[in-house]
Write a protein that binds this ligand. Structure first.
Ligand code: UDP
Length: 426
Protein backbone atom coordinates (compact mmCIF):
# COMPACT_ATOMS: atom_id res chain seq x y z
CA UNK A 1 0.00 0.00 0.00
CA UNK A 2 1.58 3.36 -0.97
CA UNK A 3 2.29 5.72 1.88
CA UNK A 4 4.20 8.83 2.87
CA UNK A 5 7.07 8.35 5.28
CA UNK A 6 9.18 10.96 7.04
CA UNK A 7 12.88 10.18 6.59
CA UNK A 8 14.47 13.28 8.09
CA UNK A 9 17.58 12.48 10.04
CA UNK A 10 18.98 14.41 12.95
CA UNK A 11 20.81 17.68 12.37
CA UNK A 12 24.56 17.98 12.83
CA UNK A 13 26.83 18.34 15.82
CA UNK A 14 28.28 21.82 16.27
CA UNK A 15 31.77 20.66 15.26
CA UNK A 16 30.32 19.32 12.00
CA UNK A 17 28.73 22.69 11.35
CA UNK A 18 32.10 24.34 11.98
CA UNK A 19 33.67 22.04 9.41
CA UNK A 20 31.31 23.36 6.70
CA UNK A 21 32.12 26.87 7.80
CA UNK A 22 35.83 26.19 7.47
CA UNK A 23 35.56 24.64 4.04
CA UNK A 24 33.26 27.27 2.45
CA UNK A 25 33.65 30.45 4.52
CA UNK A 26 32.13 32.89 2.00
CA UNK A 27 29.04 30.80 1.35
CA UNK A 28 28.63 30.15 5.03
CA UNK A 29 28.69 33.87 5.73
CA UNK A 30 25.93 34.34 3.16
CA UNK A 31 23.94 31.65 4.88
CA UNK A 32 24.38 33.21 8.29
CA UNK A 33 23.13 36.54 6.96
CA UNK A 34 19.85 34.85 5.99
CA UNK A 35 19.32 33.15 9.32
CA UNK A 36 17.31 35.89 11.07
CA UNK A 37 14.51 35.31 8.54
CA UNK A 38 14.88 31.55 8.33
CA UNK A 39 15.37 30.36 11.88
CA UNK A 40 12.48 28.24 13.09
CA UNK A 41 10.82 28.14 9.68
CA UNK A 42 9.40 24.86 8.63
CA UNK A 43 10.45 23.60 5.19
CA UNK A 44 8.91 20.37 3.98
CA UNK A 45 10.68 18.48 1.17
CA UNK A 46 8.76 15.78 -0.68
CA UNK A 47 10.47 13.28 -2.97
CA UNK A 48 10.17 9.67 -4.01
CA UNK A 49 13.18 7.80 -2.68
CA UNK A 50 15.38 7.96 0.39
CA UNK A 51 18.32 6.20 -1.31
CA UNK A 52 20.04 5.67 -4.62
CA UNK A 53 20.27 8.77 -6.76
CA UNK A 54 21.21 12.39 -6.77
CA UNK A 55 18.00 13.73 -5.21
CA UNK A 56 18.31 11.42 -2.19
CA UNK A 57 21.96 12.36 -1.88
CA UNK A 58 21.23 16.09 -1.89
CA UNK A 59 18.31 15.82 0.52
CA UNK A 60 20.17 13.66 3.04
CA UNK A 61 22.96 16.18 3.47
CA UNK A 62 20.93 19.29 2.64
CA UNK A 63 18.18 18.63 5.19
CA UNK A 64 20.73 17.91 7.91
CA UNK A 65 22.54 21.19 7.21
CA UNK A 66 19.30 23.19 7.07
CA UNK A 67 18.30 21.75 10.44
CA UNK A 68 21.70 22.44 11.95
CA UNK A 69 21.30 26.06 10.87
CA UNK A 70 18.04 26.34 12.79
CA UNK A 71 15.43 25.67 10.10
CA UNK A 72 12.85 23.04 10.98
CA UNK A 73 13.32 21.14 7.71
CA UNK A 74 11.61 17.81 7.21
CA UNK A 75 11.82 15.35 4.34
CA UNK A 76 9.09 12.88 3.43
CA UNK A 77 9.07 10.28 0.66
CA UNK A 78 6.42 8.43 -1.28
CA UNK A 79 6.87 4.75 -0.52
CA UNK A 80 5.62 1.43 -1.98
CA UNK A 81 4.01 3.03 -4.99
CA UNK A 82 5.43 0.89 -7.80
CA UNK A 83 2.67 1.08 -10.45
CA UNK A 84 2.70 4.84 -9.90
CA UNK A 85 6.51 4.93 -10.27
CA UNK A 86 6.32 3.11 -13.63
CA UNK A 87 4.29 6.09 -14.85
CA UNK A 88 6.55 8.69 -13.24
CA UNK A 89 9.64 7.06 -14.80
CA UNK A 90 7.93 7.49 -18.20
CA UNK A 91 7.36 11.14 -17.34
CA UNK A 92 11.02 11.49 -16.34
CA UNK A 93 12.12 9.91 -19.62
CA UNK A 94 9.75 12.11 -21.62
CA UNK A 95 11.04 15.25 -19.92
CA UNK A 96 14.59 14.19 -20.81
CA UNK A 97 13.57 13.97 -24.47
CA UNK A 98 12.26 10.49 -25.19
CA UNK A 99 9.15 10.47 -27.43
CA UNK A 100 6.78 9.07 -24.84
CA UNK A 101 3.18 9.85 -24.01
CA UNK A 102 0.93 8.52 -21.28
CA UNK A 103 -2.25 6.58 -22.02
CA UNK A 104 -5.49 8.17 -20.72
CA UNK A 105 -5.50 5.63 -17.87
CA UNK A 106 -1.87 6.43 -16.94
CA UNK A 107 -2.66 10.14 -17.00
CA UNK A 108 -5.62 9.61 -14.69
CA UNK A 109 -3.62 7.39 -12.31
CA UNK A 110 -0.80 9.94 -12.14
CA UNK A 111 -3.07 12.93 -11.57
CA UNK A 112 -5.15 11.21 -8.90
CA UNK A 113 -2.10 9.69 -7.18
CA UNK A 114 -4.01 7.41 -4.81
CA UNK A 115 -6.68 8.29 -2.25
CA UNK A 116 -4.42 6.93 0.54
CA UNK A 117 -1.50 9.13 -0.46
CA UNK A 118 -3.73 12.18 -0.76
CA UNK A 119 -5.14 11.50 2.72
CA UNK A 120 -1.61 10.92 4.09
CA UNK A 121 -0.46 14.23 2.70
CA UNK A 122 -3.39 16.16 4.17
CA UNK A 123 -2.74 14.59 7.59
CA UNK A 124 0.97 15.37 7.35
CA UNK A 125 0.39 18.97 6.32
CA UNK A 126 -2.14 19.56 9.11
CA UNK A 127 0.39 18.15 11.57
CA UNK A 128 3.51 19.94 10.34
CA UNK A 129 2.00 23.26 9.22
CA UNK A 130 4.97 23.95 6.90
CA UNK A 131 5.93 27.46 5.86
CA UNK A 132 7.18 26.25 2.47
CA UNK A 133 6.74 22.97 0.60
CA UNK A 134 9.22 21.78 -2.01
CA UNK A 135 8.28 19.06 -4.46
CA UNK A 136 11.33 17.32 -5.91
CA UNK A 137 10.91 16.05 -9.49
CA UNK A 138 7.70 14.83 -11.17
CA UNK A 139 6.80 12.09 -8.66
CA UNK A 140 5.21 14.35 -6.00
CA UNK A 141 4.06 16.97 -8.53
CA UNK A 142 0.39 15.91 -8.55
CA UNK A 143 0.37 16.74 -4.83
CA UNK A 144 0.61 20.40 -5.77
CA UNK A 145 -3.14 21.02 -5.68
CA UNK A 146 -3.30 19.94 -2.04
CA UNK A 147 0.09 21.34 -1.01
CA UNK A 148 -0.53 24.90 -2.19
CA UNK A 149 -3.59 25.16 0.05
CA UNK A 150 -1.22 24.89 3.02
CA UNK A 151 1.90 26.84 1.98
CA UNK A 152 3.76 28.30 -1.00
CA UNK A 153 4.81 25.27 -3.02
CA UNK A 154 8.04 25.20 -5.01
CA UNK A 155 8.93 22.70 -7.71
CA UNK A 156 12.56 21.53 -7.80
CA UNK A 157 13.34 19.74 -11.07
CA UNK A 158 16.67 17.94 -11.00
CA UNK A 159 16.49 16.46 -14.49
CA UNK A 160 17.90 17.50 -17.85
CA UNK A 161 15.22 19.68 -19.41
CA UNK A 162 17.20 20.89 -22.41
CA UNK A 163 15.17 18.90 -24.96
CA UNK A 164 11.87 17.86 -23.36
CA UNK A 165 9.34 15.94 -25.43
CA UNK A 166 6.71 18.63 -25.92
CA UNK A 167 3.54 16.52 -25.49
CA UNK A 168 4.84 15.27 -22.12
CA UNK A 169 5.66 18.79 -21.02
CA UNK A 170 2.25 20.04 -22.21
CA UNK A 171 0.56 17.36 -20.13
CA UNK A 172 2.41 18.53 -17.00
CA UNK A 173 2.06 22.27 -17.57
CA UNK A 174 -1.24 22.73 -15.69
CA UNK A 175 0.50 21.30 -12.62
CA UNK A 176 3.81 23.08 -13.13
CA UNK A 177 2.05 26.45 -13.48
CA UNK A 178 0.75 26.15 -9.95
CA UNK A 179 4.26 26.19 -8.46
CA UNK A 180 5.23 29.45 -6.76
CA UNK A 181 8.73 29.02 -8.14
CA UNK A 182 10.49 26.44 -10.28
CA UNK A 183 14.09 25.61 -9.39
CA UNK A 184 16.26 24.08 -12.12
CA UNK A 185 19.97 23.22 -12.35
CA UNK A 186 20.97 25.09 -15.51
CA UNK A 187 19.97 28.20 -17.46
CA UNK A 188 19.74 25.88 -20.46
CA UNK A 189 16.60 24.34 -18.98
CA UNK A 190 14.66 27.60 -19.16
CA UNK A 191 13.63 26.58 -22.72
CA UNK A 192 11.14 24.20 -21.12
CA UNK A 193 9.29 27.08 -19.48
CA UNK A 194 8.61 29.57 -22.29
CA UNK A 195 5.81 31.91 -21.22
CA UNK A 196 6.47 31.33 -17.53
CA UNK A 197 7.51 34.59 -15.77
CA UNK A 198 11.34 34.46 -15.71
CA UNK A 199 11.42 35.75 -12.12
CA UNK A 200 9.56 32.61 -11.07
CA UNK A 201 12.45 30.44 -12.19
CA UNK A 202 15.57 30.03 -10.07
CA UNK A 203 18.71 28.32 -11.31
CA UNK A 204 20.66 26.52 -8.58
CA UNK A 205 23.45 24.11 -9.42
CA UNK A 206 23.65 21.10 -7.12
CA UNK A 207 26.59 20.29 -4.89
CA UNK A 208 28.27 17.53 -2.93
CA UNK A 209 28.84 17.15 0.75
CA UNK A 210 32.60 16.73 1.27
CA UNK A 211 32.10 15.14 4.69
CA UNK A 212 30.00 12.09 3.84
CA UNK A 213 31.38 8.57 3.92
CA UNK A 214 31.45 8.67 0.12
CA UNK A 215 33.33 11.92 -0.29
CA UNK A 216 35.69 12.22 2.66
CA UNK A 217 39.39 11.43 2.11
CA UNK A 218 40.11 7.71 2.28
CA UNK A 219 43.51 6.28 3.04
CA UNK A 220 44.97 4.71 -0.12
CA UNK A 221 45.90 1.50 1.73
CA UNK A 222 42.35 1.08 2.99
CA UNK A 223 40.95 1.72 -0.49
CA UNK A 224 43.32 -0.93 -1.89
CA UNK A 225 42.26 -3.41 0.75
CA UNK A 226 38.58 -2.81 0.02
CA UNK A 227 38.94 -3.30 -3.72
CA UNK A 228 41.20 -6.35 -3.39
CA UNK A 229 38.58 -7.93 -1.16
CA UNK A 230 36.15 -7.51 -4.05
CA UNK A 231 38.51 -9.26 -6.50
CA UNK A 232 39.59 -6.13 -8.34
CA UNK A 233 43.27 -6.39 -9.26
CA UNK A 234 44.74 -3.16 -7.96
CA UNK A 235 48.10 -3.88 -9.61
CA UNK A 236 46.39 -3.38 -12.98
CA UNK A 237 44.66 -0.22 -14.26
CA UNK A 238 40.90 0.11 -14.04
CA UNK A 239 38.27 2.57 -15.18
CA UNK A 240 34.89 3.10 -13.58
CA UNK A 241 31.35 4.21 -14.21
CA UNK A 242 29.32 4.72 -11.03
CA UNK A 243 25.71 5.18 -12.07
CA UNK A 244 22.28 3.67 -11.80
CA UNK A 245 21.65 1.00 -14.46
CA UNK A 246 19.48 3.04 -16.75
CA UNK A 247 19.31 3.67 -20.52
CA UNK A 248 20.31 7.33 -20.10
CA UNK A 249 23.49 6.37 -18.24
CA UNK A 250 24.46 4.06 -21.12
CA UNK A 251 26.40 1.31 -19.34
CA UNK A 252 26.68 -0.46 -22.71
CA UNK A 253 28.52 2.56 -24.08
CA UNK A 254 30.96 2.29 -21.17
CA UNK A 255 31.65 -1.34 -22.12
CA UNK A 256 32.23 -0.30 -25.73
CA UNK A 257 34.69 2.44 -24.71
CA UNK A 258 36.51 -0.04 -22.43
CA UNK A 259 36.81 -2.54 -25.32
CA UNK A 260 38.35 0.08 -27.59
CA UNK A 261 40.82 1.06 -24.87
CA UNK A 262 41.67 -2.55 -24.07
CA UNK A 263 43.17 -3.03 -27.56
CA UNK A 264 45.98 -0.70 -26.45
CA UNK A 265 45.92 -1.51 -22.72
CA UNK A 266 45.31 -5.29 -22.52
CA UNK A 267 45.44 -5.31 -18.71
CA UNK A 268 42.62 -2.78 -18.36
CA UNK A 269 39.65 -3.56 -16.10
CA UNK A 270 36.20 -1.91 -16.06
CA UNK A 271 34.05 -1.50 -12.97
CA UNK A 272 30.37 -0.64 -13.36
CA UNK A 273 28.76 0.15 -10.01
CA UNK A 274 25.08 0.99 -9.63
CA UNK A 275 23.60 -0.54 -6.52
CA UNK A 276 19.87 -0.89 -6.89
CA UNK A 277 18.48 1.10 -4.03
CA UNK A 278 16.14 3.58 -5.64
CA UNK A 279 12.72 2.17 -4.87
CA UNK A 280 11.19 4.47 -7.49
CA UNK A 281 13.19 3.07 -10.43
CA UNK A 282 11.37 0.24 -12.23
CA UNK A 283 13.93 -0.10 -15.07
CA UNK A 284 17.08 -0.94 -13.14
CA UNK A 285 16.86 -4.76 -13.01
CA UNK A 286 16.27 -5.15 -16.74
CA UNK A 287 19.26 -2.89 -17.40
CA UNK A 288 21.51 -4.92 -15.14
CA UNK A 289 20.57 -8.00 -17.19
CA UNK A 290 21.23 -6.22 -20.48
CA UNK A 291 24.59 -5.03 -19.19
CA UNK A 292 25.58 -8.51 -17.98
CA UNK A 293 24.66 -9.94 -21.38
CA UNK A 294 26.88 -7.36 -23.09
CA UNK A 295 29.86 -8.25 -20.89
CA UNK A 296 29.96 -11.80 -22.33
CA UNK A 297 31.85 -13.31 -19.40
CA UNK A 298 34.84 -10.96 -19.71
CA UNK A 299 36.62 -11.58 -16.37
CA UNK A 300 38.00 -8.05 -16.41
CA UNK A 301 34.58 -6.39 -16.25
CA UNK A 302 32.95 -6.16 -12.82
CA UNK A 303 29.30 -5.31 -12.30
CA UNK A 304 28.19 -4.27 -8.83
CA UNK A 305 24.43 -3.88 -8.68
CA UNK A 306 23.37 -5.69 -5.53
CA UNK A 307 24.30 -4.61 -2.03
CA UNK A 308 24.75 -8.27 -1.07
CA UNK A 309 27.89 -8.32 -3.28
CA UNK A 310 29.61 -6.08 -0.75
CA UNK A 311 31.72 -7.91 1.81
CA UNK A 312 31.77 -7.25 5.58
CA UNK A 313 28.46 -5.36 5.50
CA UNK A 314 30.29 -2.54 3.81
CA UNK A 315 28.18 0.42 2.71
CA UNK A 316 28.02 1.26 -0.98
CA UNK A 317 29.22 4.75 -0.03
CA UNK A 318 32.50 3.39 1.33
CA UNK A 319 32.92 1.11 -1.68
CA UNK A 320 32.31 4.02 -4.07
CA UNK A 321 34.78 6.10 -2.10
CA UNK A 322 37.41 3.36 -2.59
CA UNK A 323 36.67 3.22 -6.34
CA UNK A 324 36.89 6.98 -6.71
CA UNK A 325 40.09 7.06 -4.67
CA UNK A 326 41.94 4.65 -6.96
CA UNK A 327 40.34 4.59 -10.40
CA UNK A 328 42.46 5.76 -13.35
CA UNK A 329 39.49 7.43 -15.02
CA UNK A 330 35.80 7.85 -14.33
CA UNK A 331 33.46 7.58 -17.28
CA UNK A 332 30.08 9.25 -17.43
CA UNK A 333 28.44 8.11 -20.64
CA UNK A 334 25.06 9.90 -20.20
CA UNK A 335 23.87 12.11 -22.99
CA UNK A 336 21.29 13.61 -20.62
CA UNK A 337 22.34 14.59 -17.13
CA UNK A 338 20.47 17.19 -15.05
CA UNK A 339 23.73 17.82 -13.22
CA UNK A 340 25.52 14.53 -12.52
CA UNK A 341 26.72 14.28 -8.94
CA UNK A 342 28.81 11.25 -9.86
CA UNK A 343 30.92 13.59 -11.99
CA UNK A 344 31.36 16.00 -9.07
CA UNK A 345 32.21 13.21 -6.65
CA UNK A 346 34.94 11.78 -8.88
CA UNK A 347 36.35 15.24 -9.63
CA UNK A 348 36.50 15.99 -5.91
CA UNK A 349 38.66 12.89 -5.54
CA UNK A 350 41.04 14.31 -8.14
CA UNK A 351 40.09 11.79 -10.79
CA UNK A 352 40.16 12.34 -14.55
CA UNK A 353 36.50 12.34 -15.57
CA UNK A 354 35.67 11.63 -19.20
CA UNK A 355 32.06 12.51 -19.89
CA UNK A 356 29.82 12.52 -22.92
CA UNK A 357 28.46 15.96 -23.76
CA UNK A 358 25.43 16.56 -21.54
CA UNK A 359 24.19 19.79 -19.99
CA UNK A 360 25.15 18.49 -16.53
CA UNK A 361 28.69 17.57 -17.60
CA UNK A 362 29.11 20.93 -19.30
CA UNK A 363 28.22 22.69 -16.05
CA UNK A 364 31.24 21.08 -14.41
CA UNK A 365 33.90 20.13 -16.92
CA UNK A 366 36.02 22.50 -18.96
CA UNK A 367 37.27 20.18 -21.67
CA UNK A 368 41.00 19.54 -21.40
CA UNK A 369 41.36 21.63 -18.21
CA UNK A 370 39.66 19.75 -15.40
CA UNK A 371 38.38 16.70 -17.28
CA UNK A 372 37.31 15.74 -20.79
CA UNK A 373 34.08 15.98 -22.71
CA UNK A 374 34.08 13.54 -25.56
CA UNK A 375 31.35 12.00 -27.66
CA UNK A 376 32.12 8.62 -29.19
CA UNK A 377 33.32 5.43 -27.54
CA UNK A 378 36.50 5.59 -29.66
CA UNK A 379 37.40 9.14 -28.62
CA UNK A 380 36.57 8.37 -25.00
CA UNK A 381 38.85 5.33 -25.21
CA UNK A 382 41.52 7.64 -26.65
CA UNK A 383 41.35 9.81 -23.52
CA UNK A 384 41.57 6.71 -21.31
CA UNK A 385 44.72 5.54 -23.15
CA UNK A 386 46.30 9.02 -22.97
CA UNK A 387 45.49 9.34 -19.26
CA UNK A 388 47.11 6.00 -18.48
CA UNK A 389 50.19 6.88 -20.54
CA UNK A 390 50.72 10.40 -19.18
CA UNK A 391 50.44 10.51 -15.41
CA UNK A 392 51.74 14.10 -15.20
CA UNK A 393 48.85 15.47 -17.28
CA UNK A 394 46.40 13.20 -15.45
CA UNK A 395 47.55 14.60 -12.12
CA UNK A 396 47.26 18.19 -13.34
CA UNK A 397 43.72 17.56 -14.60
CA UNK A 398 42.82 15.85 -11.30
CA UNK A 399 44.13 18.79 -9.28
CA UNK A 400 42.15 21.25 -11.41
CA UNK A 401 39.05 19.09 -11.01
CA UNK A 402 39.40 19.03 -7.25
CA UNK A 403 39.92 22.79 -7.07
CA UNK A 404 36.88 23.54 -9.21
CA UNK A 405 34.64 21.37 -7.01
CA UNK A 406 35.90 23.08 -3.86
CA UNK A 407 35.30 26.47 -5.45
CA UNK A 408 31.87 25.83 -6.92
CA UNK A 409 30.16 22.68 -5.79
CA UNK A 410 30.16 22.32 -2.03
CA UNK A 411 26.98 22.01 -0.01
CA UNK A 412 27.00 25.40 1.81
CA UNK A 413 26.75 27.23 -1.53
CA UNK A 414 23.81 25.06 -2.58
CA UNK A 415 21.97 25.54 0.71
CA UNK A 416 22.69 29.26 0.73
CA UNK A 417 21.15 29.64 -2.76
CA UNK A 418 18.13 27.59 -1.71
CA UNK A 419 17.68 29.66 1.43
CA UNK A 420 17.68 32.85 -0.67
CA UNK A 421 14.75 31.44 -2.60
CA UNK A 422 12.96 30.40 0.61
CA UNK A 423 13.40 33.93 1.89
CA UNK A 424 11.12 35.24 -0.87
CA UNK A 425 8.24 33.31 0.64
CA UNK A 426 8.70 34.03 4.35
N1 UDP B 1 25.08 6.40 -6.27
C1 UDP B 1 25.16 5.57 -5.17
N2 UDP B 1 25.29 4.24 -5.38
C2 UDP B 1 25.35 3.72 -6.62
C3 UDP B 1 25.27 4.58 -7.76
C4 UDP B 1 25.12 5.93 -7.53
O1 UDP B 1 25.14 6.03 -4.03
O2 UDP B 1 25.50 2.53 -6.75
C5 UDP B 1 24.98 7.84 -5.99
C6 UDP B 1 26.11 8.61 -6.63
O3 UDP B 1 27.27 8.49 -5.82
C7 UDP B 1 25.50 10.00 -6.69
C8 UDP B 1 24.04 9.71 -6.97
O4 UDP B 1 23.80 8.37 -6.56
O5 UDP B 1 25.63 10.66 -5.45
C9 UDP B 1 23.70 9.82 -8.45
O6 UDP B 1 23.51 11.14 -8.74
P1 UDP B 1 23.59 11.69 -10.22
O7 UDP B 1 23.23 13.12 -10.16
O8 UDP B 1 24.93 11.38 -10.80
O9 UDP B 1 22.54 10.85 -11.06
P2 UDP B 1 21.02 10.42 -10.83
O10 UDP B 1 21.08 9.00 -10.38
O11 UDP B 1 20.41 11.32 -9.85
O12 UDP B 1 20.44 10.52 -12.21
Amino acid sequence: MPKLRIVTQEGLASEELSAYKAVSPADFKQLESLLPVLTGKHILHLSSSANGGGVAELLTSGCALERALGLRSQWAIIEDAMPFFVITKKIHNGLQGESLTLSPLEQKTYLNITPTLRADLETLLHKLQPDIIILHDPQPLPFIEIAKRFAPTLLRLHIDLSTPYQPMLDFLKPLIRQASTIIISSNNYRVAFGGYPPEHIAVIRPAIDPFTEKNRPLDKDIAEEILTKHNIDITRPFITQISRFDPWKDPLGAIEAYRFAKHSVPKLQLILAGFIEASDDPEALAWVDKTKAAVQNDPDVFIFSDLSQLKDNMSDSLFINALNTLTSCTLQMSRREGFGLTITEAMWKGRVVIARPSRGAELQIINGENGYISDTSETIAGHVIKTLADSKTAQAIGRAAQASVKENFFLPRYISHNCKVYQNFL
